[in-house]
Write a protein that binds this ligand. Structure first.
Ligand code: SAM
Length: 310
């Protein structure tokens, strides 16, 4: 699943952030995972002094929770996240609905992608497509790398793959793996309309099978860029296969981007232990200790980790 802010859940849920210092007690509160009824947004935040003042204005109160965590329920969308003293009280913005709306107005989304996104919005599973800002980051990475050979695992109706195909050179090649035929029909229609169909090699079926076949055909070390956005419980397997298909650092590329690594915040909530959350949590933990790659976890959309093969 792609965008966190577009995620809609029937159940409210909470995450407990690390202990806040006593000094922070009056000026900061951890406000975690409040659903915005207006937009169906999910967000987490910790207030600064200014945001605390907002809370005062709206009459909300904060309470101290277990283990000195401060929890509150906030209405203002001006929160910043402040970390505890281990990080020198670093404050980081939280992407609130208002701020995210602003961010989206600053995304240069090609017309054909906008049309695909809007058509997909009428379809079942539309929340799965990556957000425009995520797609823009993927396209940017492909361009920075000068990638020519790319793989996508989990195409759906093609939003992220089209964003990649659009920036590939004419000689570029994107292997697009997807098990759902009807979603692929939409994707292919848009590849065609965008004039990039010749760059895309659609693999209909299970993604792991497609990747194994590519390895068996001797395509190891030959893909510059991969984006993983399919079955969450398969992430480790996709990653191992893609590492074989990626070149070493001596060449450009060898970049693998994994989507949904924050999994709507559930990865940080010890009380959430469904199989997908556990899989992503384990995957993130393994990646942290995986010396084969350099990593950067980016809180965009539902969270992406950018990995580069060493
Ligand atoms: C989150 S969606 C992909 C969204 C897409 N990246 C986009 O931006 O529009 C995940 C897709 O992976 C597909 N999928 C799930 N498991 C798969 C598997 N084992 N093999 C191939 N595709 C799979 C689903 O059918 C679904 O269309």
């Amino acid at each position: 699943m792609a965008s966190s802010v577009l995620y809609r859940s029937a159940n409210p849920w909470w995450i407990f952030f690390p202990r806040l210092s006593h000094r922070n007690l009056l000026t900061q509160c951890t406000v975690v995972l409040q659903r915005s009824e207006r937009l169906g947004h999910v967000f987490s935040a910790t207030t600064s002094t200014a945001a605390a003042a907002d809370h005062e204005r709206c009459g909300r109160r904060f309470r101290r929770g277990k283990s000195d965590n401060l929890k509150g329920s906030c209405c203002a969308d001006t929160f910043v996240v402040a970390s505890d003293e281990k990080y020198g009280d670093k404050q980081v913005i939280s992407v609130t609905p208002r701020l995210y709306d602003y961010l989206l107005t600053n995304v240069r989304e090609p017309e054909i992608l906008r049309e695909l996104r809007e058509e997909t919005a009428t379809m079942r599973g539309s929340q799965m497509q990556v957000s425009p800002d995520q797609a823009q980051l993927l396209a940017m990475l492909v361009q920075i790398l000068g990638a020519e050979r790319c793989i996508e695992v989990g195409v759906y109706t093609g939003y992220s793959s089209l964003a990649i195909a659009l920036v590939l050179p004419e000689s570029g090649h994107l292997v697009a793996c997807e098990k759902d035929a009807s979603s692929l029909e939409v994707a292919k229609r848009y590849y065609d309309r965008a004039g990039v169909l010749h760059k895309v090699d659609v693999k209909h079926g299970l993604a792991a099978d497609a990747l194994k076949s590519m390895i068996q055909r001797g395509e190891v070390d030959s893909y510059d860029f991969a984006f993983v956005d399919a079955e969450k419980r398969m992430y480790q397997e996709y990653f191992e296969l893609l590492l074989q298909l990626s070149p070493m650092q001596v060449r450009i590329g060898g970049v693998i981007v994994i989507d949904n690594i924050l999994w709507h915040g559930k990865v940080a909530d010890p009380q959430v232990n469904d199989s997908k959350t556990i899989s992503i949590r384990n995957f993130n933990r393994n990646l942290m200790g995986d010396k084969r790659v350099s990593i950067s976890m980016v809180p965009i959309g539902d969270g992406m980790t950018i990995c580069r093969k060493r």
